[in-house]
Design a protein around this ligand. Structure first.
Ligand code: NAD
Length: 270
């Protein structure tokens, strides 16, 4: 069986952990070459080793970049194109949730700026250089390859719901990712470049579990989750794979929610 991403190449940011790591594994399993980008190079290296050992038929290259830095994102995209000859999938997934991110009164400006620079500006740089690369993708009819590609930007359920456990900068940054992605999807629709936001619900990954560092904090959220559990990173990776593949060829500009029903909830079962 040919893989769902055979002959494709992907760049995944935040590939060293959580959703990015699970997506790297799934994308490789489906035949894609991958540039695994993370500011934590040690984790990116570990992840690429894990991928290469399991799927020796694809290339999995680690790369250190801070997505908030334009020149580092450009360098990552340039390397992917140099190594793989094309960039079909850009997964702008890296993000942070700072422990000092709070409400309007208590959040320091430095925390706001840091969060915006990574979660929002980082996605902009990723989109910018992916669009430039995807325009240049060579066509190969025999392999089903064309110009254009799929860009997936990780937002969050908090982009569409309010929470009385505030993380103001994080929430604002993710809302902006949704708005930016919709607009870019419209601008580039006729170029064969699809852009979609992925909206995860609360997940069992280091990002959230480090933030919810007491049982009380976890229970405060769990009571609101229709399925009674946090999501798993691989459940998001499966959604990202769908958005990356040709199976989602008529989907662009969407807020793709993978939240266990959370954003449809009023009263949940107990
Ligand atoms: P994670 O912490 O497990 O992984 C995030 C990765 O991003 C880490 O490897 C980290 O080193 C990397 N990273 C952080 N800053 C970076 C930077 N400046 N440049 C490059 N890499 C950087 O988190 P995760 O849960 O897998 O989160 C992935 C995405 O999903 C994030 O955008 C996050 O906001 C979003 N999200 C997560 C949840 C959740 O509950 N975990 C919910 C909604 C949205």
């Amino acid at each position: 069986m040919p893989g769902r991403l055979q002959h494709r190449s992907a760049l995944i940011t935040g590939a060293g952990s959580g959703i990015g790591l699970e997506s790297s594994i799934l994308f490789a399993q489906e035949g894609a070459n991958i540039l695994l980008v993370d500011v934590n190079f040690e984790n990116a290296e570990k992840a690429s080793k894990q991928v290469s050992e399991r799927f020796p038929n694809v290339k999995a290259i680690p790369f250190k970049a801070d997505v908030s830095k334009e020149d580092e994102v450009k360098a990552a995209v340039d390397l992917a194109v140099k190594e793989f000859g094309r960039l079909d999938i850009m997964f702008n997934n890296a993000g942070i949730m700072h422990s000092e991110d709070d409400n309007a009164l208590n959040t320091e400006e430095s925390i706001w700026d840091l969060t915006m620079n990574i979660n929002l500006k980082g996605v902009w740089w990723g989109c910018k250089y992916a669009i430039l690369a995807m325009r240049q993708n060579p066509t190969d009819e025999a392999k089903g390859l064309h110009t254009g590609g799929s860009i997936i930007n990780t937002a969050s359920f908090v982009a569409i719901m309010g929470a009385a456990t505030p993380q103001l900068a994080y929430t604002a940054s993710k809302g902006a990712v949704l708005a930016m992605t919709r607009e870019l999807a419209m601008v580039h629709a006729r170029e064969g470049i699809r852009l979609n936001s992925l909206c995860p619900g609360p997940l069992k990954t280091p990002l959230l579990m480090d933030f919810l560092n007491t049982d009380e904090k976890k229970q405060r959220r769990l009571i609101h989750l229709p399925m009674g559990r946090f999501g798993e990173a691989v459940e998001l990776a499966n959604a990202a794979l769908f958005l990356a593949s040709g199976e989602s060829s008529y989907i662009t500009g969407t807020d793709f929610k993978v939240d266990g029903g959370l954003s449809s909830a009023y009263v949940t079962a107990i």
